[in-house]
Design a protein. Sequence first.
Length: 438
Amino acid sequence: MEESKNKNEEIKQDYQPVHTNKVGGSPFTGVLGWLDNRLPIFRMFKYEYLDFQVPKNLNYLWSLGGILMLCLIMLIVTGLALGMHYKPSATEAFDSVEKIMRDVSGGWLLRYMHINFASFFFIAVYIHIFRSLYYGSYKEPREVMWIIGIIIFFLMMATAFLGYTLPWGQMSYWGATVITNLFSAIPLVGETIVVWLWGDYSVGDSTLNRFYVLHWLIAFGILGMVIFHVIALHIVGSNNPSGIEPKDTRDTVSFAPYTTSKDLVAMLMFILVFVVMLFYAPNYLGHPDNYIPADPLVTPAHIVPEWYFLPFYAILRAVPDKLLGVIAMVASIGILALLPWLDRSKVRSSVFRPVWKQCVFLFVFDFFLLMYVGGMPAEGAYILLGRVGTIYWFAFFLIIAPLVSLTEKPLPMPDSIHEFEEWKKQGKIKTFTFGSGK
Ligand code: HEM
């Protein structure tokens, strides 16, 4: 008796009760409830996408996240269909793309959709990043979301670069040659790495084959990172134009139907612009030389990357040394990851930061300046412009962000989002509305 009592005491001390069977707790009944109790995806959808509270004053710039999702899904779907007809070999790739354009039923539409969704994906992501910069969405507690975003951006660039080699036109071939050659700038092992990347002694059949595989793989890598991005979002919640966290239900609305319907309107507007481009100027953003089959013996007069790479291409060329140029190009994006710590201001939104706001606008101007320079030959005044643009780019992060955040005097701020909206109505806050505050 005494012995079993001791044993029970011992068990109490050493072991904790466990609940490995967590069946139950579903807000649904019937078949849905039965299933949800065993696989809780329906309740997750309800809590995270229907009832989820978001700030009531989000403007249309917050619809870009959903638009980006749309682009990603469309790229994967059209890519899948293209992949069924495409041949990743140096002798067949160009012709297989022409076959898609001329012989495959609806092939031209699939290809033009894929190309233009890639461009619109970048347009959307640049606006999405601008929104985060302007409203200070990168600040605590959204640092991880921001960093995941930068990883996504790197992956987007890798996928787009790899995809551009696939049609095996002149720009595909020479673009791949220029960019892969950048690795040769790495001291000691550079040349070996380049040969390893090519799988040959020049860009060729093996290179195309592996680029095709990686183009697919990284596209799904983006999808995986987007899932993390959204999981993080549902922990920290959305920022908003005021930069003030919601306090009670006067400050929020539920995701459905308010945000969903607004996002739908934004998506339709986006699709409207997209289809105009798709049907009336599908090649406008591309380079005509890519309709010439790849020829290793003829170098195009100007090798230029796709438009969305131009600002970074300009930074690469602004530095006279090859290795330092490559480092500057990679660092120009990587440096964004440090922004949450470089910008020390406690105030998130630029609406209350008059100096920082101007610096952000100047940064946007700088982005377009570098884009213009990146598309021009590296000579004369373009070299100077490229260097000035590059200096501002880095100064924005390393000097302006810390300095302005420590010295700037923010404007008076309301205590809550609903007060922010009141102040806006009373004209005490001057900012663009862009579909917010309803
Ligand atoms: C495939 C690309 C991407 C997808 C699908 C995506 C998706 C989303 C979605 C659905 C949201 C919530 C809605 C919104 O605030 O717009 C969001 C928010 C956010 N994203 Fe992205 N994103 C992508 C790329 C990026 C990149 C490249 C960055 C930054 C470099 C970034 C930074 C952020 C930040 C900081 C937020 C929080 C914004 C806030 O609450 O104010 N995202 N993203």
